[in-house]
Design a protein around this ligand. Sequence first.
Ligand code: AMP
Length: 398
Amino acid sequence: MNRKLFLEDVNFKGKKALVRVDYNVPFDQLGNISDDARVRATLPTINHILDDGGMVVIMSHMGRPDGMAVPSMSLAPVAKRLSRLLNKEVTFVEDCIGPKVQEVIKRMKPGDVVLLENLRFHKGETKNDEEFSKELAKAGDIFVNDAFATAHRSHASTVGITRHMSPSVGGYVMKNEISYFGHAMENPVRPLVAIIGGAKVSSKIGVLKNLSKKVDKIIIGGGMMFTFLKSIGFEVGKSLVEEEILDTAMEILKQTRKDGTKLYLPVDTVVADRMDPKAVSMIVPVQEIPPGWMGLDIGPATTTLFSEVLRDAKSIIWNGPMGVFEIDAFSRGTFAMAHMVANSYAMTIVGGGDTDVAIHRVGESYKISYISTGGGAFLELLEGKELPGLAALTDMKP
Ligand code: AMP
């Protein structure tokens, strides 16, 4: 892909920047924002444009309202939080296209910030509709995409809009994600170790195949370990197994050998009679999983093995938990891994919602070199795919 334009490449003086962000933040039962990291992440981009003498019109999606105006998915509470974080007024507009928007943006002066209502209240957003894209584009002069977490989707506000605005540039969130990741994958300080966990192999086949060519070592944990173990003849009881892709799992193991990549499978596991906080559990070598029991975490011997594997790592990429970490009894492996990654001397990149949660739960997130803001988009980068939202940005002139 050609080098794209980023916000430092353009001058915002007197211009309205239409900034696509990902403010899809979680709320608690009382309707308060429980984690505003996604809002904070965009402050450098917003401040850069304001410092440059520009105006900022922000748009985002929130949840999946399927083209209808659902009050619980309004971005109004985010406008308040953004206002507090920026320490300046943020005008909220109850729509993202149409006369209300035009009226507000007509009156904007340099330094002003406006947040538009949830893009997905209109069906045209997820359909990448041409007319809707054109309407959105009327809200600004320069398009800035800072929504890395949505960059793997071809939607009106990420892709369609770039046909109606020029230039279209990436913000700081986008730039950081791409540059950390690009550096780790294309020009890494080796050994580069990938830690891949999570429920299923099927959702990460592309990731594993691509990583096999790029990294020096792959560590496997989580539910997916049992499909690998079964593919090489182990009895895994009632553990999560994807029977239909046993051959694929075997092929991945063969490919890593061919690529000269070392792959490490767990040697012991925490098994239980059911997936329940009150279940009876015990630690067994993977050769001794009793019939009727299921493996729900990696065991202590595996943690020791993986710490040896990570000892000489200079770069680490981690996606996916080592076990069912939502249940205390099966969270040790994931939390031990979080400590190991955080305290390694490597450049560390962590991505994916669950992995992010695990790193924060152990209180060591500040020791990670880069925590990706994207789940699906991060996985697509790991797969070596081109992100449509990034590809659609304006190329830098040679
Ligand atoms: P993913 O979205 O593929 O990264 O998977 C994350 C989910 O995998 C988490 O909710 C974990 O509870 C689940 N998981 C991890 N280990 C296991 C396991 N051994 N058996 C079943 N589910 C697991």
